[in-house]
Write a protein that binds this ligand. Structure first.
Ligand code: SF4
Ligand code: SF4
Length: 275
């Protein structure tokens, strides 16, 4: 089964939902309200786990509304892994397009090969170390200062808030500059750096897992080298992993691109929620 077309349809749907929600609210339809920081769908409250974490540290207590808003995302991540990142996050959708553009420019303008982060910066340990340190530092400072610092740099939260402002006021806030900045860096010097090394939401989601959580399984018996010369799974991985040997790494977002890219059917989804 190829996942690419299902993924893109899902990503586009969630992307446009950011605009549809405020539009519905303008017409006084309130079945669904909020942004991707925190949404209310009917009676169901769903919040970014980082928002909950920070509220918890800042107030020093875990209230029932906070706890109930965490249940759904935790459950989904526990069963399906980081599907929010790989299939739903609007920033990942834009980052995918930016990466395609970066590759196109490298190929057509600079006549360079398709070198990706795997070839020049592969180090999942380093990426995990940086992002967990960043999360811990941000949460600690937020708790001490009583300010949800990490909310101000949440790419999906900012994007959906900007979409809401655009729909309601036909303008953007200053925070759009932050998004443009990280996208610009991704396009030029640091491909995919935000999701790999900094995003607090992705970092928290990668902690919610068990050995049975959905993930990619490789049938490659020799983990020291790729199963084939093309190593196409590593070329497409947005997280800079080498899926033939690192597919269970906490960086994996279950996007399925490595499975689609492998011509030898050595990779597949495995665990809860797999077909
Ligand atoms: S790591 Fe963050 S920005 Fe990237 S896809 Fe996940 S939630 Fe979105
Ligand atoms: S290992 Fe495969 S499923 Fe995981 S992020 Fe990389 S390409 Fe996506």
């Amino acid at each position: 089964m190829r996942y690419g077309k299902f993924r893109i349809v899902t990503q586009i749907t969630v992307f446009f939902l950011m605009f549809v929600i405020p539009l519905l609210n303008i017409y006084e339809l309130y079945f669904i309200t909020g942004t991707y920081y925190a949404l209310n769908v009917g009676a169901l409250g769903v919040a970014d786990p980082v928002v909950i974490l920070q509220a918890m540290f800042a107030s020093g207590q875990l209230t029932l509304p906070l706890l109930s808003a965490a249940v759904f995302p935790i459950l989904v991540a526990f069963i399906m892994g980081r599907v929010w990142c790989g299939w739903l996050c609007p920033y990942m959708f834009i980052a995918d397009r930016a990466e395609s553009l970066r590759r196109f420019i490298r190929r057509k303008v600079f006549k360079l090969d398709n070198t990706f982060i795997n070839r020049n910066a592969q180090n999942s340990f380093k990426a995990n170390f940086v992002r967990f340190s960043f999360l811990i530092t941000g949460t600690a400072f937020g708790g001490i200062l009583g300010i949800p610092i990490l909310n101000y740099i949440s790419a999906p939260g900012i994007l959906s808030t900007e979409a809401m402002i655009f729909v309601k006021e036909r303008s953007f806030s200053i925070e759009i500059l932050f998004l443009l900045g990280i996208l610009g860096l991704q396009l030029t010097l640091l491909p995919r750096f935000w999701c790999r090394m900094f995003c607090p939401t992705g970092t928290v989601l990668s902690l919610i897992r068990s050995p049975y959580t959905l993930g990619v399984e490789s049938t490659n018996k020799n983990s020291a080298s790729p199963c084939c010369r093309e190593n196409s799974c590593s070329d497409v991985c947005p997280m800079g992993l080498q899926p033939y040997r690192e597919s269970r790494d906490m960086l994996c977002v279950n996007c399925g691109q490595c499975i689609d890219a492998c011509k030898h059917n050595r990779l597949r989804f495995h665990g809860m929620g797999s077909a």
